[in-house]
Design a protein around this ligand. Structure first.
Ligand SMILES: CC(C)(COP(=O)(O)OP(=O)(O)OC[C@H]1O[C@@H](n2cnc3c(N)ncnc32)[C@H](O)[C@@H]1OP(=O)(O)O)[C@@H](O)C(=O)NCCC(=O)NCCS
Length: 178
């Protein structure tokens, strides 16, 4: 398997075809497509990262859907015991994609995991012209991340979130080549 180092931030190392490729950031975090065996770890991270966590069945539903696209970020610990640190769940249909979940474990934030996950999602879907997502209006870290990747706020929808109650922003990223 050949490997190639790219120098942009976050620095990544890709190997193999898109479906099996592993991406490494500068802190030695590997980004790879999540598989069925990763569902329990993703559901555990959901509980640690969201007040309205998806159930394991919901994560499994995304993983088994033909539209589902799931990534896991993990730190290699040797002997096949990689430590899950973050993940991303999206849904892609033809040239439209929706980012459904993205998270890094609380103690692992601000080390480039969110950026690496989003970069990989966009890189794996060059044919997607429009990406959309919904985010709490109070979620400044996430909104800053999305803006870095070219998402813009389109509308504000009142009281769509609970625990705690919050408005939601619809954010869109369109292919600027057009
Ligand atoms: C949003 C989230 C995924 C970001 O992950 P992360 O790995 O910490 O993000 P990164 O280290 O890659 O940071 C990327 C960019 O996000 C923004 N960002 C991240 N955390 C931030 C913070 N606490 N304050 C302000 N901006 C922040 C910055 O623009 C940052 O770029 P910079 O480092 O060049 O300033 C993480 O905060 C998280 O898991 N939050 C809880 C789950 C969640 O809310 N998910 C989004 C639901 S819509």
């Amino acid at each position: 398997m050949t490997e190639e180092r790219r120098e942009e931030e976050p620095r990544v190392r890709n190997a193999g075809p898109a479906s099996s490729r592993k991406t490494k950031d500068r802190s030695d975090v590997i980004i790879r497509r999540a598989e069925k065996r990763d569902i329990p770890a993703l559901a555990r991270m959901e509980k640690l990262c969201f007040s309205d966590a998806w159930s394991e069945a919901s994560v499994e539903g995304s993983q088994s859907s033909p539209l589902g696209y799931l990534l896991i970020a993990e730190e290699p610990c040797g002997e096949g015991t990689d430590l899950p640190l973050g993940y991303l769940i999206a849904s892609v249909f033809e040239d439209e994609g929706e980012l459904l979940r993205i998270a890094a474990l609380p103690q692992e934030r601000r080390r480039g995991i969110g950026k690496a996950l989003l970069s990989r999602m966009l890189e794996d879907h060059p044919g997607v012209k429009t990406w959309r997502l919904d985010v709490r209006t109070q979620n400044m870290p996430a909104i800053a991340l999305y803006e870095q990747f070219g998402f813009g706020i389109i509308t504000e929808n009142p009281n769509v979130y609970k625990d705690p109650v919050d408005n939601g922003y619809l954010m869109i990223r369109t292919d600027r080549q057009e």
